[in-house]
Each structure stands twice: as structure tokens, then as C-alpha cells.
Design a protein around this ligand. Structure first.
Ligand SMILES: Cc1ncc(COP(=O)(O)O)c(C=O)c1O
Length: 393
């Protein structure tokens, strides 16, 4: 039976002992019936488990759910590997794809860790990142045409923390034309709100730490890829050798979190819309970045490629950094913390927290000002969130 994305999130499976919920199998190694059985599994003649750095039944169940969601509506489902963090998803993918001398084409703003991975760790391996303004498709095309070392394009949309969006389909078309692969960090949107593979991307990355887990109980990542043969050979090898594996308990937390993802996202989005409208009219607020606001510069791109606008927003107080810190310190319900996508409202200050490693001039140039405050709007009663903001402002 063909299920909707909402039902895929909720759906259980057929488990040993007729268990209704997913069993956690915390086994590092697996037993072969005979020497021949072991050899057959090692040589891929038979499917089976070998060692949990390679794969694990609990983790596989969770990975298949993410593949079904990201690949919803596709003729052939993509492959999904769950990893120990969003950062290990990114680093494993880039180390599997690239070699010294290759370049990545990307944009600003990105999650601070991704930016540092590009400009520090990968740069030290002689894998450089070229940053271009992705609002300017001609500039993207000119770079692809002129710089033959560019081997890969990576985008994050909506991007952390500015909510800038990139037109996935337009970039996927350019990637195809110039025979490059495209990866999209879909952490902010989740596959319920945006499916980059359907829009032409080759890979999707997630920090499953965020909305997919939904409760702030585990750090994790996912790499989803369309090219099954590449995923099953080159990526699988890198994944196993770099030791990026996820663990069964956290995969179990993920599967439980996914069950309420559709409901949570609806409430996150409804609350974020109300809060953004309130902030937009508030005399002490200078700017509000929320994609549902029709005057937001990326409203139209978001509307085109997302099913809804999600629960992330950022804003700036008129008093800049000073006013921002005072506001953060006065909050009583909303939580001062980095990360996002948990049930409760999280408030952070990118310049001194998530993006502290990004050079100030780059931050400012691309909209991460000293006073910018990022909000992951939770699913509390919106009246309580509004009351907390009112007293703090
Ligand atoms: C958009 C985005 N991508 C990747 C990451 C890295 O994920 P993790 O912290 O799970 O390693 C984050 C973390 O905040 C993020 O916001």
C-alpha cells in the first residue's frame, strides 16, 4: 500500500517477538551459521550483518524511513546512511567525493561548522571552497565555466541563521549542465517541507539532531544519495573506514521522534508565523527574517520549493548587540541554547555562539550581524511564547 509522508513517519514495522515497537539491538558483532555463511556475507553473495560499524538492524530501520521520506514520489528510493553527527555526514560525504586539488562551490551563509569544515579542515587537505553569491545564477554559471577544478556544489537552504534560500532546481540544472554533483543540507526544512532530490539534487544531508529527532535527545546525521551504485561502493567504503556509524539506541530515539514530526512541524510553523508577525510590528525590532513574510527577499523561492515555511526565524533588535544580550537574559520560558528543532523554543546569538569561528567581516557581509538573534520556535502554547517575548522586550 502506498503511504503518505505523514504515515511513513508513524508507521511501525514487523519485528521479532511480535514486538510492536522497534527493538534496540546493541550488538557490536553478529554470528555466522558457518564459515561459508560468513564468507557469503563478506562477499555480498548473501545479505546479512557483520559488525555494527558497517551496519546494524535498528539503525537500518531508521535509515530506511529517512530514505522513504527524502525519496517520496521517486521511482527509485535513494540510499541513506545514518552517521554519528550532522558534521560527520558532511565530512564523510566530502571525503568520499573529493580528492586534493578539487574545489567545492558554495555560498554564504552556511552553518558555522560547515563553513569551518570548508575553510579549515578540507582546505588543509588542499580541497578549497569557492564562495559565490547564489542569488546571481550568472555568477554561479561563470564560476562553473571558468574554474575547471570545481568538482562539487554544496548548498544549504534555508540557510543557518539568515534563512537565505537557494533555488535548488536552478542550481541542479546548472550542476547537470556542467556535470557536477549537488548536495543540499536539508536540516532546516526536513523532507516533509522540502525534497531536494525531487528537485534534481544528487545528495541530501541532515543534522538529525534537529527536527527529525525533535526532542534534543541525541546528535546524529544522515547522507542520502540517489546513485545507488556509488553509495554502495565508494560511499560505503568511506563510511566504514572513517567510522561514521550511528548507534542503535539513538536510531531508536530517532524513530520515536519521527512519529510526531508532521504534527510538530505544523505547530512549529503556526507558532513561528504568529511570532514573526508580532516581531514585525514591534517598535524595538529592526528586522525579522521569516520566510512566510511576503516582503522577505527569499519568500518566493521558499514558496516555490517548500511545502511550508517551517519554525526557524531570526531577528535583530534596534539596539544591536547590547539590546540583544539584555533581551536574551530576560527570557523566562524560551531557552538560551544553540541547536534547533526541539519541542521547546531555543534562542541563540550566532555571532558569539554557532558562528563564532566565521571571520567577522564575512558574517557581516552576508547578514549575520552582531545583534542577530536566531529562534527555533517551539510547540508551546503561542500565547506563552508571546508573553515571554513581551516581558523580555
Ligand atoms: C544546517 C546544519 N547543518 C549541519 C549541522 C551540524 O550538525 P551536528 O551538530 O548534528 O553535527 C548543523 C548544526 O547545527 C546545522 O544547523
Amino acid at each position: 500500500m502506498k503511504l503518505s509522508k505523514e504515515s511513513i513517519c508513524v508507521q511501525s514495522g514487523h519485528f521479532p517477538y511480535q514486538a510492536h515497537t522497534l527493538p534496540i539491538i546493541p550488538s557490536s558483532t553478529y554470528v555466522f551459521d558457518s564459515a561459508e555463511h560468513g564468507m557469503d556475507i563478506f562477499t555480498n553473495k548473501q545479505k546479512g550483518y557483520i559488525y555494527s560499524r558497517f551496519n546494524n538492524p535498528t539503525v537500518d530501520f531508521a535509515a530506511e524511513k529517512i530514505a522513504a521520506l527524502e525519496g517520496f514520489g521517486m521511482d527509485q528510493l535513494p540510499a541513506c546512511y545514518l552517521t554519528s553527527s550532522g558534521m560527520s555526514a558532511l565530512s564523510t560525504l566530502f571525503l568520499a567525493l573529493l580528492k586534493p586539488g578539487d574545489k567545492i562551490l558554495s555560498h554564504f551563509s552556511l552553518y558555522g561548522g560547515t563553513d569551518e569544515l570548508f575553510h579549515r579542515t578540507l582546505k588543509a587537505l588542499n580541497i578549497e571552497t569557492v564562495i559565490v553569491d547564489f542569488d546571481d545564477l550568472n555568477a554561479v554559471e561563470a564560476t562553473l565555466k571558468n574554474d575547471k577544478a570545481i568538482a562539487h556544489i554544496h548548498i544549504e537552504t534555508p540557510a543557518n541563521p539568515t534563512l537565505r534560500c537557494v533555488d535548488i532546481q536552478a542550481i541542479a540544472n546548472l550542476a547537470k549542465q556542467y556535470q557536477k554533483k549537488l548536495s543540499v543540507d536539508n536540516t532546516f526544512a526536513t523532507p516533509l517541507l522540502q525534497q531536494p532530490l525531487l528537485l534534481g539534487a544528487d545528495f541530501v544531508i541532515h543534522s538529525i539532531t534537529k527536527y527529525l529527532n525533535g526532542h534534543g535527545t541525541a546528535v546524529g546525521g544522515a547522507v542520502i544519495g540517489k546513485d545507488l551504485e556509488w553509495m554502495d561502493t565508494i560511499f560505503k567504503k568511506a563510511f566504514r573506514l572513517l567510522g561514521a556509524a550511528y548507534n542503535p539506541f539513538e536510531a531508536w530515539l530517532l524513530v520515536n521522534g519521527l512519529k510526531t514530526l508532521p504534527l510538530r512541524l505544523r505547530q512549529h510553523t503556526a507558532n513561528a508565523k504568529t511570532l514573526a508577525e508580532y516581531l514585525n510590528k514591534h517598535p524595538k525590532i529592526a528586522t525579522v527574517n521569516y520566510l512566510a513574510l511576503s516582503d522577505h527577499p527569499y519568500h518566493n523561492i521558499a514558496k516555490k520549493q517548500m511545502e511550508d515555511f517551517g519554525g526557524m526565524l531570526s531577528f535583530e533588535l534596534k539596539g544591536g548587540f547590547e539590546a540583544g544580550t539584555q533581551f536574551l537574559n530576560k527570557l523566562q520560558l524560551c531557552v538560551r541554547a544553540v541547536s534547533l528543532g526541539t519541542c521547546d523554543t531555543l534562542v541563540s546569538h550566532p555571532a558569539s555562539m554557532t558562528h563564532i569561528g566565521v571571520p567577522r567581516e564575512d558574517r557581516i557581509k552576508y547578514g549575520i550581524s552582531d545583534g542577530l538573534i536566531r529562534l527555533s520556535v517551539g510547540i508551546e502554547n503561542i500565547q506563552d511564547i508571546l508573553a515571554d517575548f513581551e516581558q523580555a522586550l
